[in-house]
Design a protein around this ligand. Structure first.
Ligand code: HEC
Length: 113
């Protein structure tokens, strides 16, 4: 590879990086499901994601399509956020354990299940 090609290559990479950064900023609160999946690793001890079968807590496959959650509430985004934040009934509270961004990513991931 000659110098000019290297330079163009580097420039393209730099542009791509700054573009995706700009996109992230534009997206605002919308979470990143791929990152959410990593955050979810600590939830996996108690929750299945590939079925709705109960582990320690209810399986979360199709969570947002359920008629209701274990606590009787509808699985809307605000209710799911409240559950993750406040926990209860065997579910730990994550409000102080996860950042807002991590929780946004988590919700985006849960929506893919
Ligand atoms: C120590 C085990 C444990 C861990 C760790 C845990 N949960 Fe839970 N979770 C539970 C239990 C038990 C319930 C049922 C609570 C109830 O009956 O209201 C629950 C309920 C839920 C619900 C409501 C589902 C439904 O159908 O009722 C969601 C959503 C949820 N957890 C998400 C998470 C997420 C996201 C994490 C990780 C950040 C997590 N949980 C970590 C035990 C756990």
């Amino acid at each position: 590879m000659n110098r000019t090609k290297l330079f163009v290559c580097g420039l393209t990479l730099a542009m791509a990086a700054s573009m995706s950064f700009a996109q992230d900023k534009k997206k605002g609160g919308a979470g990143d499901a791929a990152k959410g999946k990593e955050v979810f690793e600590q939830c996996g001890v108690c929750h299945n994601t590939d079925s709705d079968e109960k582990k320690m807590g209810p399986g979360l496959k199709g969570l947002f399509k359920k008629a209701k959650m274990a606590d009787g509430k509808a699985p809307t985004e605000p209710n799911v956020r409240t559950k993750v934040n406040a926990g209860g009934n065997g579910m730990p509270a994550y409000e102080d354990m996860l950042s807002k961004e991590e929780r946004d990513n988590l919700i985006a991931y849960l929506k893919t299940l």
